[in-house]
Write a protein that binds this ligand. Structure first.
Ligand SMILES: C[S@@+](CC[C@H](N)C(=O)[O-])C[C@H]1O[C@@H](n2cnc3c(N)ncnc32)[C@H](O)[C@@H]1O
Length: 226
């Protein structure tokens, strides 16, 4: 494993400090085994983020945080591994595993460089995890490496339009005004915020996914490894 990149070290410190604030959301996610997604909590029946048949499949959650998404996959019969950059987030995940009587590996590490052999998984997922906080030019090729032929990657992150419209000051809602140019968006930092986010235009996502060997099935939903 190489030394952690600067953005990974900064995000680790930030998520260790933030973990307590996210524990309640983790508890709610673990307690309700009916997946719903994003800020509008759209039900899984409408979004179809998850493959139909997960029983016996090897799956990995990249940036699992409190691991409630991993728990949904485990209850559906998948063999789950969660990886997260924050030990404090994983402490919550381990506590919730004990509360709900579920056990699967939780790895403290960087989703840009996962210590599993090539072709270890059938399905990879990220919900506002690595797909938001890790460098896409590192974690997408890594996800492709980890997946078996025919495997699937699904991720959910902030919309590109929101990234262009959200004010830099914390706590102020986005409006219909574009505040930054769409060209060249990649690494995004906000003043006073210790974290580093990554956002790409739709075109840059498509080029990166295709170059990494994915066949894109749906822009709103998933990419499949051909
Ligand atoms: C908003 S949480 C999303 C996780 C989960 N869906 C949840 O709500 O608990 C973001 C998570 O991504 C993790 N993360 C950030 N950068 C990462 C990286 N490079 N590799 C793995 N995890 C990362 C953070 O530590 C944090 O737990």
């Amino acid at each position: 494993m190489s030394e952690l990149p600067e953005h990974v070290r900064r995000n680790r410190a930030m998520w260790d400090a933030w973990a307590q604030k996210f524990a309640a959301a983790g508890e709610r996610g673990w307690a309700d085994n009916t997946p719903a997604w994003g800020i509008w909590q759209v039900p899984e029946s409408e979004v179809r983020m998850l493959p139909e048949d997960l029983a016996g499949k090897d799956v990995i959650e990249l940036g699992c945080g409190t691991a409630y998404v991993s728990s949904w996959l485990a209850w559906r019969g998948a063999r789950v591994v969660g990886i997260d950059n924050s030990q404090a987030q994983l402490d919550t995940a381990r506590r919730l595993q004990r509360t709900h009587g579920l056990d699967f590996p939780l790895i403290h590490g960087n989703a840009e460089e996962v210590g599993y052999p090539d072709a270890s998984f059938d399905f990879a997922i990220s919900e506002y995890g690595a797909c938001l906080w890790a460098d896409p030019y590192r974690w997408i090729p890594e996800a492709a490496r980890l997946l078996r032929p025919g495997g699937r990657l699904t991720f959910l992150t902030n919309s590109f339009l929101l990234t262009l419209c959200v004010p830099a000051e914390d706590g102020i809602a986005a409006t219909d005004r574009l505040l930054r140019p769409a060209f060249g968006v990649y690494r995004v930092e906000y003043p006073g915020d210790p974290g580093v986010e990554f956002h790409l235009s739709h075109g840059d996502w498509i080029r990166l996914l295709r170059r990494s060997g994915f066949k894109i099935e749906d822009l709103d939903r998933c990419a499949s490894f051909a």
